[in-house]
Write a protein that binds this ligand. Structure first.
Ligand SMILES: NC(=O)c1ccc[n+]([C@@H]2O[C@H](COP(=O)([O-])OP(=O)(O)OC[C@H]3O[C@@H](n4cnc5c(N)ncnc54)[C@H](OP(=O)(O)O)[C@@H]3O)[C@@H](O)[C@H]2O)c1
Length: 253
């Protein structure tokens, strides 16, 4: 029987955990520990880093993991690179459950930048009202462009306020809707949205809201990740494990 280690921290990982639990597949879900109050899960959860590639390879061996599934966020490039190397070291089959990057529609007004540093640099110029849809990470880097008013949205209340002289902070974990994000952008008179090209539907509301309102977006491209096998749906992971996901898979049960 499979014994799966599922690297999580995403909606897709939670959906897969539900599917595997419903089918009685032994699974441990791993969180980095960035969120103070992670969602309750139907499988055992472990929290915290493994200690690099060798730490993860040791974990795989010690816990007799038969399959490693990397369902981390497309921007969690370090963890994903470690997963590739550790799986190879430990001789454990490995797959990534991920999502295709978003592509701009013809009416979208995107400026693409390769990384956070370039996004900060692209914000030079007069003061604007910017929705910084990046979560909690990397926000401090935007202190280098203090002229803007930033709208921030975090999953948890931060222990200390972000060091941005002009900002509004909303604590909300979603799911977000196009109508909700559109109202939020209008209420805060946003004139630019900065976000990562996460892909997928879970984080798409802000993209569709910006499109509806005709707002420009500063889109941060994904970091590079070593070659690996990738699938896009939880039921594809189930098939990879050698099982037929069955009719309930579409509902993610
Ligand atoms: N980056 C984003 O934009 C973003 C957005 C939404 C959710 N997340 C989630 O937040 C977590 C951290 O993201 P990140 O960008 O900080 O990752 P990262 O930079 O790729 O990883 C940094 C280190 O954190 C540990 N780590 C990351 N994910 C882990 C997991 N699922 N289980 C155990 N340890 C983990 C690993 O430590 P060791 O080297 O000690 O093993 C890794 O080397 C991930 O689970 C990711 O799915 C990230």
């Amino acid at each position: 029987m499979p014994n799966v280690l599922l690297l999580g921290g995403t909606t897709e990982a939670s959906a897969l955990a539900r599917l595997l639990a419903a089918r009685g597949i032994a699974t441990t879900l791993s969180y980095a520990g960035r969120t103070a109050t992670p969602r309750a899960q139907p499988v055992p959860v472990r929290v915290g880093g493994f200690g690099g590639v060798t730490g993860l390879a040791d974990y795989l061996r010690q816990h007799r993991v038969t399959h490693l599934v990397d369902a981390t966020h497309p921007f969690a490039a370090t963890m994903s690179a470690h997963a590739v190397d550790a799986a190879r070291l430990a001789g454990v089959p490995h797959v990534a459950l991920t999502r295709p990057a978003w592509e701009p529609a013809s009416e979208d007004r995107w400026t693409r930048v390769p990384d956070i540093e370039s996004a900060v640099a692209a914000l030079c110029g007069p003061a604007r009202r910017v929705m910084l849809a990046l979560g909690r990470m990397h926000v401090e880097a935007f202190a280098a462009q203090p002229q803007h008013h930033y709208l921030l949205r975090f999953v948890d209340t931060p222990e200390r306020l972000p060091a941005l002289p002009r900002h509004s902070l909303i604590v909300d974990r979603g799911p977000f809707t196009v109508m909700g994000d559109s109202t939020l952008m209008q209420r805060h008179a946003i004139d630019l949205v900065v976000c990562k090209n996460a892909g997928g539907q879970g984080a798409e509301a802000k993209l569709l809201a910006a499109r509806q309102l005709g707002l420009p977006m500063l889109m941060i491209d994904r970091p590079a990740i070593p070659d690996r096998m990738e699938v896009y749906r939880p039921e594809d992971v189930f098939a990879w494990l050698g099982h037929d996901a069955g009719p309930d898979a579409e509902r993610g049960v």
